[in-house]
Ligand binder design. Structure first.
Ligand code: NAP
Length: 287
């Protein structure tokens, strides 16, 4: 529980479908507690059809803001009054803040990844070459943010190559240097990359023994290997990469930073990461 609940407590919410798996309530309530703010964060299962009513209800009841997750990130674009550059560039909203008479849509997903990479590994995107495994929603947020923050080159490898090509078009449209390949192209292209990021769910609980998309023999000690999966934190891909002497980063940092940045958008205060990590680890251990 965050602080004592009184009639002055404001609500912040998560709207998604499903939401039962989410550990955002534990992360955000820890943030509010650490910052000693009179706020409570609750997750609500909201269907696609009922999103407009949920947004109207949040407005009527004076919520300070809310997060949206799958399947609402695109639909939310047309339900806010204004879009911050982050949401406009990613074509998706994950954070909404009430500002006076307006709802403003933001997106902290991509910056969540780049902040985690900077804090945990000391790496910024500028001038670096990245290889992304997967081309879904998470890949899109990460790749567009990397391009926007000055990545030298982005290679998108996907099982369905048309989806990689479609993401590549969007990256090129904001000025990124990008190559779309199939998974069969990995032996040729992996050497080019400095940072490899698994954005697919391959290796996620309960399928922890699934063969990673990147064959182990293609990883070398100069690579940095990241996985967006945070359950488990130590995926088979990261274990293989560490065995090869590569530096690694798991997906929890991205989750924590996207949450911390959302908290900053609502409250103007960036929470410290360590208590959020402890709360998230407790929540994951209970799953
Ligand atoms: P998504 O939109 O469904 O995209 C999944 C991607 O993975 C697609 O490119 C898909 O390829 C590929 N893929 C799935 N199963 C595959 C398989 N068996 N073999 C080869 N490719 C496969 O999912 P998403 O929303 O991007 O999420 C992806 C992962 O990121 C999940 O594990 C999620 O938990 C994680 N994530 C983490 C964070 C964080 O904060 N750390 C945030 C968001 C997401 P096709 O196009 O060929 O289907």
């Amino acid at each position: 529980m965050a602080n004592e609940i009184t009639s002055k407590t404001s609500l912040v919410a998560l709207f998604g479908d499903p939401v039962e798996h989410s550990i955002s309530p534990q992360i955000q309530n820890q943030a509010f507690k650490t910052l000693q703010l009179p706020l409570v964060y609750l997750a609500f299962r909201v269907s696609k059809e009922e999103l407009p009513q949920a947004v109207a209800g949040a407005w009527a009841m004076g919520f300070m803001g809310f997060n949206v997750t799958i399947p609402h990130k695109q639909a939310m674009l047309s339900l806010v009054d204004e879009l911050a550059p982050s949401a406009r560039i990613l074509g998706a909203v994950n954070t909404v803040r009430r500002e006076g008479k307006k709802l403003i849509g933001y997106n902290t997903d991509g910056e969540g990844f780049t902040r985690a990479m900077q804090e945990e590994l000391g790496i910024t995107p500028e001038g670096k070459r990245f290889l992304l495994l997967g081309a879904g929603g998470a890949a899109r947020a990460v790749a567009l943010t990397l391009a926007q923050q000055g990545a030298e080159r982005i290679i998108v490898a996907n099982r369905t190559v048309e989806r990689a090509q479609s993401l590549a078009q969007d990256i090129a449209a904001i000025g990124g240097d990008v190559t779309a390949i199939s998974l069969e192209g990995l032996p040729r292209w992996t050497e080019t990359a400095q940072v490899i990021i698994n954005t697919s769910p391959v290796g996620m609980y309960p399928n922890v023994d699934q063969e990673p998309l990147l064959p182990e023999e293609l990883i070398h000690q100069d690579h940095v290997v990241c996985d967006l999966i945070y359950n488990p934190r130590s995926t088979r891909l990261l274990v293989q990469a560490a065995k090869k002497g590569a530096r690694t980063m798991d997906g929890l940092g991205m989750l924590l930073w996207q949450g911390a940045l959302a908290c900053e958008i609502w409250t103007g205060k960036l929470p410290p990461i360590a208590p959020l990590e402890a709360a998230a680890s407790r929540a994951l251990a209970e799953k």
